[in-house]
Design a protein around this ligand. Structure first.
Ligand SMILES: [Zn+2]
Length: 53
């Protein structure tokens, strides 16, 4: 059975810290960009997906 979802880290665009883990649908094209609260920047910042290694 093929794996349909992939675990990725969500990295703050400002401080580059990995604040969240999520899973993405492998069938979807493009990278995830989700606006989430960053406790380090103390504000809502766009978080981009980074492949978990
Ligand atoms: Zn941040």
């Amino acid at each position: 059975m093929a794996k349909m979802r992939d675990d990725v880290a969500l990295v703050c665009d400002k401080c580059k810290r990995r604040n969240y883990m999520t899973s993405r649908d492998l069938k979807k094209e493009g990278k995830l960009h989700i606006k989430k609260f960053c406790k380090w920047c103390n504000e809502h910042i766009v978080h981009s997906e980074k492949k978990k290694k």
